[in-house]
Design a protein around this ligand. Sequence first.
Ligand code: ZN
Length: 131
Amino acid sequence: MNKAELQKSTEGYSIATVGELSAFEGKAFVKELLGTSSIELSFGTLSPGQSVPFFHHHKQNEEVYVVLSGEGVFILDGKEEPVASGSVVRVAPCVSRNTKCTGSVPLVYICIQGKAGSLEQYTMTDGVVEQ
Ligand code: ZN
């Protein structure tokens, strides 16, 4: 699969899938499918030797990339930073970025973006434990 598909949507929650991650190829954004209001999330894969076809930065959103499998480099303001399965990379909005798969298997990652500085409460200050 190379896109996300909505499986269920109710007023309170939505469920989408990109299918089995090991078979996923390309890039898929899920904000519109899920109806999120505070973050965008995308799944991405790069084949061995492949880079994202452009460098980019953001106006107001920071991004967090979570590498699920494979090996690669993030090029952040011109500096190459190696990553591998389990790496988590935060990138401030103004930082120029690109990603390249340097391993022999695809680099699979998710990218979460949200407005920098917008998170006011989280985890135990926002979560309410129910009895
Ligand atoms: Zn971006």
